[in-house]
Write a protein that binds this ligand. Structure first.
Ligand SMILES: Cc1ncc(COP(=O)(O)O)c(C=O)c1O
Length: 406
């Protein structure tokens, strides 16, 4: 509110709702005048953006930019390209004029194809589907649709970097639950973190940055806790296809109210195309759509036609290849580093051999190896993230260098 005069007293309550406190204002002549110091970077910057920053990851990329030919094990996307048939379907969509806005909820054929897959998995009476602007778009809409200022959101630490930022952007309170050293989803720890303010539990299996997968029993127990306590359960399933040992399971199988967020970015290497999808109870989906209508509008239409084609593409070869790369990196490092073997995604999260993970990563970067410090994903600075979505030759070079650093 800097720079505007607002009338008392009804505005007071509205301002407090958005996270302002009484000391943010002084009353003058029946008007409220903001007293809060303006943002030192620029006076127009909103207070809500002060609660989180992106300097950690920027620092790594700044260091990386100085490297000539880095051994790059930092990338959070597959090292294979978008399959040709998906590219062709998208080009064909563009050339045949499918370039306008799509319906907010996505093009009919894609939405129907996802809905029928979802129906086959879960025959829930009340489960609706829409196409989002990537999984990130779905996550943001989920927060905006469900989190009121002061609401608490529980998730495991280490976590995907976006989670605390999105919660804070909505005025919510992040409640990270420490999952070191094995990074398991422990239902007892989740239950212990619940308070009267808990609004949401956010699960992510397979997980970024650890690659750890939750067992069916763990997910079932968390699903039951959420249902019993009337807490929203959101499941980020972006890595569901990258599941190496056994079969992927979702908490939606055990809790009909689960909001599932998934997408095509990782599975089909379409990170730049921005196609994700969300399914869950229709009242929640309709609310998320209402916000999508006034923000993202829709996922890019040509990319949605590509995603429709992507649903027919067999990924077995890529998944088998990534399981092999997982073994290559785990076998290559586990006698020297403490590693929780990942069951999915394309990350490992080893413990740093020196006290600070960030210091270790700085040394690795000086030697030409690009990895990510664990403190970007965690309150602890003891680990580092390796992405094994890289050519075998790069993995071998990375393993060799890391082994020399211990
Ligand atoms: C756990 C997790 N969720 C969501 C996303 C975002 O995916 P998208 O490209 O679909 O927005 C990522 C990307 O790294 C991720 O790791």
């Amino acid at each position: 509110m800097p720079g505007v005069l607002v009338r008392m007293p009804d505005m007071l309550n509205r301002c407090y709702n958005f996270g302002f406190t009484q000391s943010s204002f002084t009353q003058r002549d029946g008007f409220l005048k903001p007293t809060r110091a303006r943002n030192p970077m620029h006076p127009w910057i909103a207070d809500r953006t002060n609660a989180f920053d992106s300097s950690g990851i920027r620092k790594v990329f700044d260091l990386a930019a100085k490297l000539k030919d880095p051994i790059n094990l930092s990338i959070g996307q597959p090292d294979f390209d978008v399959p040709d048939e998906i590219k062709s379907a998208t080009i064909e969509a563009i050339q045949s004029g499918k370039n306008a806005y799509s319906p907010t909820q996505g093009i009919g054929p894609l939405r129907e194809a996802i809905a029928s897959e979802v129906k086959e998995l879960y025959s829930h009476a009340d489960r609706d589907v829409f196409v989002s602007s990537g999984t990130s778009g779905g996550l943001m809409l989920a927060m905006l649709a469900m989190i009121n200022p002061g609401d608490e959101v529980i998730y495991l630490d280490p976590y995907f970097v976006m989670y605390p930022a999105l919660v804070k952007m909505c005025g919510g309170v992040p409640v990270p639950v420490d999952s070191y050293p094995d990074f398991r989803l422990d239902p007892a720890k989740i239950e212990a973190a619940i308070t009267s303010k808990t609004k949401m539990i956010l699960v992510n299996s397979p997980a970024n940055p650890t690659g750890v997968t939750a067992t069916e029993d763990e997910l079932k127990a968390v699903a039951k806790i959420a249902a019993d306590r009337n807490i929203a359960l959101v499941s980020d399933e972006i890595y569901s296809r990258f599941f190496y040992d056994g079969k992927f399971s979702s908490p939606a199988a055990f809790n009909e109210q689960t909001i599932v967020i998934d997408g095509f970015s990782k599975s089909h290497a379409m990170t730049g195309w921005r196609v994700g999808y969300v399914h869950g109870p229709s009242a929640i989906i309709n609310t998320m759509l209402k916000i999508q209508q006034y923000s993202f509008v829709c996922s890019p239409q040509p990319a949605q036609w590509g995603a429709l084609r992507a649903m027919e593409v067999n990924l077995d070869g890529h998944i088998a290849d990534y399981a092999r790369k997982r073994d290559l990196i785990v076998d290559g490092l586990s006698d020297k580093f403490e590693i929780a073997k990942p069951g999915g995604a394309f990350y490992v999260f080893p413990k740093s051999p020196i006290a600070s993970g960030a210091k270790f990563v700085e040394k690795a970067i000086e030697k030409g190896l690009l990895i990510i410090p664990g403190n970007i994903f965690s309150h602890r600075d003891t680990h580092f993230r390796i992405s094994f979505a890289a050519p075998d030759e790069t993995l071998h070079r990375g393993i060799e260098l890391l082994r020399k650093m211990v």
